[in-house]
Design a protein around this ligand. Structure first.
Ligand code: COA
Length: 309
């Protein structure tokens, strides 16, 4: 079996619309086959993005030019190593495609495995065969919105008010809050206006699900926020909500706002009639894991990131 050709797509040579369609179709095939999506939201959005957003793409093609594997990487937030995702077409596995993509990534790239069960086991075997070690663990936690331990009523400290996001009013303030709250987070902290606009253009975006805790005497100043996400939306049969992004301004932390704003979001998701709620949290984020555990969340699965030692 000949090694595949690996082509680079970047700012000078962006992915064409047809290539982006093939990549997303390949990822959808892999998701059906593996039972888990190989590319996370940001990577899927970047594949489709018509403006260069810092992502680099690697396309593995066969002799006929068909795309049989794909990798994407981006430089991390300040000082962080590049973050990558890679996927091989289910019918083209164990033929060296994954290996060819991996060696074309920067040496210090960290590669995500979002699978569970057999898919996670094969990603771990692949990583081990290529000399990678697990370096980061992301927990997917969940709970029922209809049963299980009740969560407490929201307690808003004095001086704050609650409202929801308004387009055209809150974008810049929300981005500033997000950047401050996630200054040390490898991915979330680097979200820019174009990334926010992309998400607001998605069919699932609902400003009523982006809850803001603001200063009571200055409602344009954001102290905390909880962006909830329902994808697919309820009207399309969605039953699972997500605690998408919880952010508390660093100068407002330690007052219980994280817990309050999380609870406000859970109340909102329950009011939509959803069954379950999930969230993603870094294992190292001990404060967040503790907050969610206290609110009745338990581990559903664990995603891992691998890197060369
Ligand atoms: C993991 C994945 C990228 C591997 O791609 P691939 O093209 O099949 O991998 P390669 O053929 O280049 O395999 C290289 C080596 O990895 C190991 N390997 C790969 N898949 C394996 C599996 N399912 N079980 C055991 N070892 C495996 C083998 O040692 C293999 O060499 P071999 O085929 O000579 O035994 C592919 O299964 C995939 O797309 N999975 C879903 C997405 C994913 O999990 N991505 C995260 C990767 S960290």
């Amino acid at each position: 079996m000949c090694p595949p050709t690996v082509a680079v797509r970047d700012q000078e040579h962006p992915l064409t619309a047809a290539e982006a369609d093939s990549v997303l179709a390949l990822a959808a095939d892999a998701e059906r086959h593996d039972g888990s999506a190989p590319l996370s939201e940001q990577f899927r959005l970047s594949a489709r993005s018509r403006d260069h957003d810092g992502a680099r793409h690697l396309l593995a093609t066969d002799d006929a030019g068909a795309i049989i594997g794909y990798a994407q990487w981006r430089v991390g937030a300040a000082g962080e190593p590049p973050s990558a995702e890679l996927v091989v077409a289910p019918t083209r596995r164990r033929q060296g495609v994954g290996r060819a993509l991996l060696v074309a990534l920067p040496r210090d790239a960290r590669v995500w495995s979002h699978g569970s069960g057999a898919s996670a086991a094969s990603a771990s075997a692949f990583a081990a065969a290529l000399g990678l070690e697990p370096v980061r663990r992301l927990h997917v936690m969940g709970r029922s919105l209809r049963s299980g331990p009740p969560w407490p009523a929201p307690e808003l400290p004095a001086g704050y008010a609650v409202r929801t996001f308004e387009r055209g009013r809150d974008e810049d303030a929300w981005l500033a809050l997000n950047a401050a709250a996630f200054a040390h987070h490898p991915e979330q902290g680097s979200l820019r206006r174009a990334d926010l606009d992309q998400r607001m253009a998605e069919p699932w975006f609902d400003p009523a699900g982006l809850i803001l805790v603001v200063e009571a005497d200055d409602p344009d100043r954001l102290a905390a926020s909880h962006w909830t996400k329902v994808d697919p939306p309820v009207q399309d049969g969605g039953q699972v909500g997500e605690v998408y992004v919880v952010a508390v301004s660093p100068d407002r932390q330690g007052q219980g706002l994280g817990r309050t704003v999380t609870v406000l979001g859970l109340d909102h998701l329950r009011s939509l009639g959803l069954h379950e709620v999930v969230l993603y949290v870094d294992e190292e984020n001990v404060a967040a894991v503790r907050t969610y555990t206290a609110l009745g969340f338990t581990d559903v699965e664990v995603h891992q990131q691998f890197a060369r030692p």
